[in-house]
Design a protein around this ligand. Structure first.
Ligand code: FA5
Length: 332
C-alpha cells in the first residue's frame, strides 16, 4: 500500500509541475487532493489495517498529501508570476521621450477641438482674439453689467486671487471678459471669436469641471439682429457636428445680453445637450466699452468646448478629459 501511495504521489507531482495555467492547476488540485481522489480513497481503506500498519500508512499518506499541497502552492506561485509578466508585457506603455523619425504623438482632444472651431469661424469671416486667464473685476463682471452686489455673480462661483483689493482679481469664470477687451480696443465692425480656459469653484462630476474651456463669439456692427445670432449658431454647430444636428434657443438670463437665451444641440438620438448662452449685447455693455448703442448693435454667445467635444466623440464623463492615461488620449 505504501508503494502505491508513493507511486501515485510521484505521478501526481509530475502532473502538478506540468500544469500550464492556474485554471488547470485548480482542476488538478481538486482531482488529486479532493474528496474523490485516489489518496483520499486510501484513507477509507485504513480502517481494515492493524494499528502498526495503520500508523505507517497514515504517515505515508500525510507525507504524500503535504508534499502535493506544497507542490501545488509552488506551481501556483510560478504561474501567477508568469501571468503577471504577461499582463505587464501586454499593458506596456512606451513612455520614452519622442525622438525624430518616431510617431510624435498628437494634440489633446481639446486643443484639436479649438483648432477645428477656429478654422470653422475663420471660414465664416471671424478673427481670433485672446485675453488673460487672471483678470480683474471690471472685465469679468462690472463691465458686463453685473452690479457690485448683483445676485447673478453667484451664477458663476468664483476663484479670487489674493492680490490687490479683496475680490478685485479673479480667475476668469468665462470667456466673456475677452469681449470687453476686444470692444475696448477695436472699433466696429467686430467679428471675433475668443477661445480659452476658464475657472469655477465647482464640485466636479460627469458634466462639470472646475477648469474647463469656452469659446466666445462676438459680433458688433450696424443692423445686427437676433436672426444673425440664431443662424450663426446653427451654421457653426452643423459645421462641427454635421448637417443632422439641429439647434434650439431657450429664453434665459445673462446681465450682459438682452434678450438672452441658452442654446442646445440635438444629438441624433433626439436628446438635447445644453451647449452655451447667447443674446444681443446689452446696451450698457456697449457703452461701458465706448461703443454707441444708438449706432451699433451686436450679438454674443459662449459655449463649453469640453461638452462639445465630449458629445462628438462619445466621452461620457468630462473628467476623462483631464486624464493623463495614454490609452484614453491616443483614441482621438
Ligand atoms: C456663460 O459662461 C456665459 N458667459 C455665456 C454667454 C456668452 C452668454 C455670451 C451670453 C453671451 P454659462 O455659465 O451658462 O454661461 O456657461 C456656458 C457654457 O459653459 C455652459 O452651457 C456649459 O456648456 C459650459 N459650462 C459651464 N459650467 C461648466 C463646468 N463646470 N464644466 C464644464 N462646462 C461648463
Amino acid at each position: 500500500m505504501i508503494d502505491d501511495i508513493r507511486r501515485i504521489a510521484a505521478a501526481a507531482s509530475d502532473r502538478i509541475a506540468a500544469a500550464g495555467t492556474i485554471e488547470e492547476l485548480s482542476t488538478l488540485d481538486r482531482e488529486l487532493l479532493g474528496k474523490t481522489s485516489e489518496l483520499t480513497g486510501f484513507k477509507r481503506q485504513m480502517g481494515g489495517l492493524d494499528p502498526d500498519d495503520r500508523r505507517t500508512v497514515g504517515a505515508a499518506l500525510n507525507e504524500a498529501r503535504e508534499g502535493l499541497q506544497a507542490a501545488v502552492a509552488a506551481r501556483r506561485q510560478e504561474l501567477e508570476a508568469i501571468a503577471a509578466k504577461q499582463r505587464a508585457a501586454a499593458e506596456r506603455l512606451d513612455l520614452t521621450e519622442v525622438r525624430a523619425g518616431r510617431d510624435a504623438g498628437h494634440l489633446h482632444l481639446i486643443t484639436q477641438s479649438f483648432e477645428e472651431l477656429e478654422d470653422i469661424f475663420v471660414g465664416l469671416g471671424f478673427t481670433v482674439a485672446e485675453g488673460p486667464e487672471v483678470d480683474d473685476d471690471w472685465h469679468n463682471f462690472t463691465a458686463l453689467n453685473f452690479g457690485k452686489h448683483h445676485p447673478a455673480r453667484d451664477m458663476q462661483d468664483t476663484f479670487f486671487v489674493d492680490l490687490g483689493e479683496p475680490r478685485e482679481v479673479v480667475m476668469r469664470t468665462h470667456t466673456s471678459p475677452v469681449q470687453v477687451r476686444v470692444m475696448e480696443s477695436q472699433v466696429p465692425p467686430i467679428y471675433s471669436v475668443m477661445p480659452g480656459r476658464v475657472y469655477r469653484n465647482e464640485a466636479t462630476d460627469a458634466t462639470h469641471l472646475a477648469v474647463f474651456h469656452q469659446l466666445e463669439c462676438l459680433v458688433v456692427d450696424e443692423g445686427i439682429t437676433f436672426g444673425h445670432l440664431a443662424s450663426t449658431i446653427d451654421r457653426f454647430t452643423k459645421a462641427y457636428f454635421g448637417p443632422g444636428y439641429n439647434t434650439r434657443l431657450r429664453p434665459a438670463y445673462f446681465p450682459f445680453t438682452e434678450p438672452s437665451a441658452e442654446f442646445d444641440v440635438q444629438r441624433p438620438d433626439g436628446s438635447w445637450l445644453e451647449l452655451g448662452g447667447c443674446g444681443m449685447v446689452h446696451p450698457n455693455v456697449l457703452s461701458n466699452c465706448g461703443i454707441d448703442p444708438e449706432v451699433h448693435t451686436g450679438f454674443a454667445f459662449g459655449f463649453g468646448v469640453d461638452r462639445l467635444a465630449a458629445t462628438r466623440y462619445g466621452v461620457t464623463d468630462l473628467r476623462e478629459l483631464t486624464s493623463p492615461d495614454v490609452r484614453f488620449l491616443e483614441q482621438f
